[in-house]
Design a protein around this ligand. Structure first.
Ligand code: COA
Length: 263
């Protein structure tokens, strides 16, 4: 497998590939090289017959704090000079095209893209230390990674609306109670528990796992595709807006944003 210090991967004899987002000093925030590295890892794992199941986790006690706000340029998804899709889009494609089970082992912070990736996984397990948040309203933005659809499918329209409009924090008990996560474990145990569950799954034929994933996904395919399209269209309009710039600047300056000035 192609190795990247930003995304570590470790395959065991049972066919479980442990994929670790590894930028702990920034709570595993995603900048372009990290989106690239995760996309490469998932694409290679998809084609690797020795991989039956992926477990996705984060280093340093946190899952991920989402998109890297310090590398924000005012342009949401900078196009590449080689004409390829932006690293973000390519990574989200890889996630949704990954055709074997992918389990998330979530500790600590799972915010923005970190939260939307966690809930897009086939099974999401959380530690009792988690802090989840969909911080789109407070950033002057809209949901991403099809979370506007997936969250409604996972927890229902009323609850999804509440989380998206308020951008409130979610703890482990609430995440499980709502159906954002399958189960919670003591923080120190969630990774081992997830790997254990992945090994249980990996004992079955990969052809069956692929087939089951396809049957489970079919009802959601159209919803995911149309959500991504609408999300990306609106994101392109709102990213770089004065409200969004105020939100990102306030985060970097460690102060509260002032949105009243725009009313
Ligand atoms: N982008 C860039 N840097 C980030 C980051 C992000 N998404 N999330 C955290 N960091 C950085 C912080 O700036 C800080 O850097 P510093 O040590 O140089 O000051 C470091 O990671 C540790 O984060 P800190 O904010 O001190 O930790 P915390 O436990 O108090 O809070 C979060 C953690 C994740 C709740 C908070 O950092 C946060 O809200 N981050 C932004 C999340 C976000 O909106 N993501 C974008 C979604 S689209």
């Amino acid at each position: 497998m192609t190795e990247s210090p930003l995304i570590l991967s470790e395959l065991d004899d049972d066919g479980v590939l442990l994929v670790t987002m590894n930028r702990p000093q920034k709570k595993n925030a995603f900048h372009e090289p990290q989106w690239d590295a995760l996309a490469n890892t998932l694409n290679e794992a998809k084609d690797n017959p020795a991989v039956a199941v992926v477990v996705l986790t984060g280093a340093g006690g946190n899952f991920s704090s989402g998109a890297d706000l310090s590398s924000f340029s005012g342009e949401p998804r900078p196009p590449r000079t080689d004409g390829k899709a932006s690293a973000f889009f390519a990574c989200v494609d890889s996630l949704f095209e990954f055709d074997k089970p992918i389990l998330a082992a979530v500790n600590g912070v799972a915010v923005g893209g970190g939260c939307t990736i966690a809930v897009a996984c086939d099974i999401t397990y959380v530690g009792d230390d988690i802090r989840m948040r969909l911080p789109f309203a407070n950033l002057g933005l809209v949901p991403e990674i099809a979370s506007s659809y997936i969250l409604q499918a996972n927890i229902g329209r009323q609850r999804a609306n509440e989380l998206m409009f308020t951008a409130e924090w979610i703890d482990a008990a609430r995440a499980v109670e709502m159906g954002m996560a399958a189960r919670s474990f003591p923080a120190a145990e969630v990774l081992d528990a997830t790997i254990g569950k992945a090994r249980e799954i990996a004992q079955w034929p990969v052809s069956a796992l692929r087939g089951i994933k396809q049957t489970l996904q079919v009802a959601h395919q159209a919803g995911i595709e149309s959500a991504r399209k609408v999300e990306d269209d609106i994101m392109m309009k709102l990213a770089g807006s004065p409200e969004n710039i105020e939100a990102v600047t306030a985060f970097m300056q460690k102060r509260k944003p002032d949105f009243k000035q725009f009313r």
